[in-house]
Ligand binder design. Structure first.
Ligand SMILES: Cc1ncc(COP(=O)(O)O)c(C=O)c1O
Length: 438
């Protein structure tokens, strides 16, 4: 019997962390009101609560216009469509992100161009973008990943020089700020997700924010089956879909927007305490905090574990042991999209991949992004935000557990255990063993 829980010792923590999503009487009252109003859906569009929430959400981030939609994946599709991305256009995306950042580009028969991420932030590396530009490039789609922002100064410089649209994927960045401007308001359009694990959630949901009225009008039409937008100054007509959010969802989001800043402060204080506890531990490294990111929105706390410093013990073994100590954690949270099993791209479905070429672009074999690959398969550790929403004691448990696993790493050498096997599974395989994420 060892010291670690995975080898038979006593776990640091048996008590579960507070549940996520969380709610208060505000959500309950809001839901009751919507039920009693008999006005549940997204039509007439924009519906009352959805519209007022979207305006407040946009204003909160420093944008003029906001639209609440069905989820974060369609928010990206709507943004691409609003920016008139057309078949064959190329869109720069970070290789290391959720597949939902990239799928909408292909759905519109446009072409994603993968660029590696910065090892300091795990976000799109602005220094590499220029090499990836071609005459077909129309947009840059940075993702503010986990707890950091992409270098929006560098991205803005390139986009201005080459007349490109910037669409920010802010699925992780509710309330975050770059140079005192809210997520999604530095670029041309910002997209958010309100899926269950996110910093604000209505179970599913999304938002698009912008200060460009023409983009906003196109976004509204696309979301509302092609109908004219509420202002219709540009008179665009396009084939649209029903991507509306319901009033039941919007009322949940209204309540959560009021709590976001308070939660952000608690999370931030606990994460800083966690970092102070771990700083100086050989083999662990933190992502760099860029001073231009003036408010951190941390969807997940991410740090680096170097197996090379821990007798070659893999990250899955480290994570399996950490989870057995009572700390929810993940490593293969994302993969470089081009390598992911959730990205089985078939060129027959996306004709633009073949246009002007002797054979189709093979997105699965064309790319090698070493920083993304190391982050995904070797070193990144992801801790969900809600475990940092509790007490100082909760945070100390997380730090104690990490340090305990590091100090007893020798117990993991050569160990086989179902918890370790689970941590080595890709997100495509996991539904077999996981019923519920949180
Ligand atoms: C970075 C990123 N982009 C896009 C999405 C898509 O959002 P949704 O799950 O709401 O469709 C997500 C959410 O999982 C995400 O994490």
């Amino acid at each position: 019997m060892g010291n670690l829980a995975i080898t038979g010792g006593k776990p640091v923590r048996r008590k579960p962390f507070a549940a996520w999503p969380a709610y208060t009487r505000d959500e309950s009252r809001g839901l009751q009101k919507v039920l009693a109003s008999h006005n549940w859906g997204g039509y007439p569009f924009p519906n009352r609560i959805a519209d007022s929430f979207a305006r407040n959400f946009a204003r909160f981030h420093g944008a003029q216009y906001g639209l609440a939609v069905a989820n974060g994946t369609v928010a990206i599709e709507i943004a691409l469509k609003a920016a008139s991305i057309r078949p064959g256009d190329e869109v720069i995306v970070p290789a290391y992100t959720w597949e939902g950042t990239v799928g909408p580009i292909l759905l519109l028969n446009a072409v994603p161009v993968f660029v590696d991420v910065d090892p300091e932030t795990y976000c799109l590396d602005a220094k590499l973008i220029e090499k990836a530009l071609t005459p077909k490039t129309r947009a840059i789609l940075p993702v503010h990943l986990a707890m950091r922002f992409a270098d929006m100064d560098g991205i803005e410089r390139i986009s201005r020089a080459h007349h490109l649209v910037v669409i920010e994927d802010c699925a992780h960045a509710h309330g975050g700020k770059w140079r005192s401007k809210g997520a999604g308001a530095t670029g041309d359009i910002g997209c958010f997700s309100f899926q269950s694990s996110k910093l604000m959630t209505s179970g599913e949901g999304g938002a698009v924010i912008t200060s460009n009225l023409e983009f906003f009008e196109r976004a509204q039409s696309y979301t509302n089956c092609g109908r004219a937008s509420s202002t219709d100054q540009f008179g665009h007509r396009l084939i649209g879909f029903n991507y509306r959010i319901t009033e039941l969802q919007a009322t949940l989001l209204e309540a959560q927007l009021k709590r976001l800043s308070k939660q952000q402060k608690i999370r931030q204080a606990n994460m800083e305490h966690f970092e102070r506890r771990l700083r100086g531990t050989p083999g662990l490294e933190f992502l760099k905090r860029d001073p231009r990111q003036t408010r951190v929105a941390a969807y997940q706390y991410v740090f680096k574990y170097s197996p090379e410093h821990f007798q070659g013990v893999s990250r899955s073994a480290f994570l399996g042991a950490l989870e057995m100590e009572g700390i929810p954690c993940d490593g293969l949270f994302y993969e470089p999209v081009y390598k992911s099993a959730l990205f089985p791209v078939n060129p027959n479905d996306h004709p633009a991949l073949s246009w002007g070429r002797s054979g189709p672009l093979d997105l699965k074999s064309l790319y090698h992004c070493p920083v993304s690959e190391r982050a995904a398969y070797i070193e990144s550790v992801w801790l969900p935000h809600h475990i940092f929403l509790g007490s100082r004691k909760d945070t100390d448990d997380i730090a104690d557990a990490v340090l305990k696993v590091c100090e007893n790493i020798h117990e993991l050498a050569g160990l086989k255990h179902p918890a370790i096997a689970r941590k080595a599974m890709s997100r495509a395989e996991r539904p077999r063993v996981e019923k519920r994420q949180w």
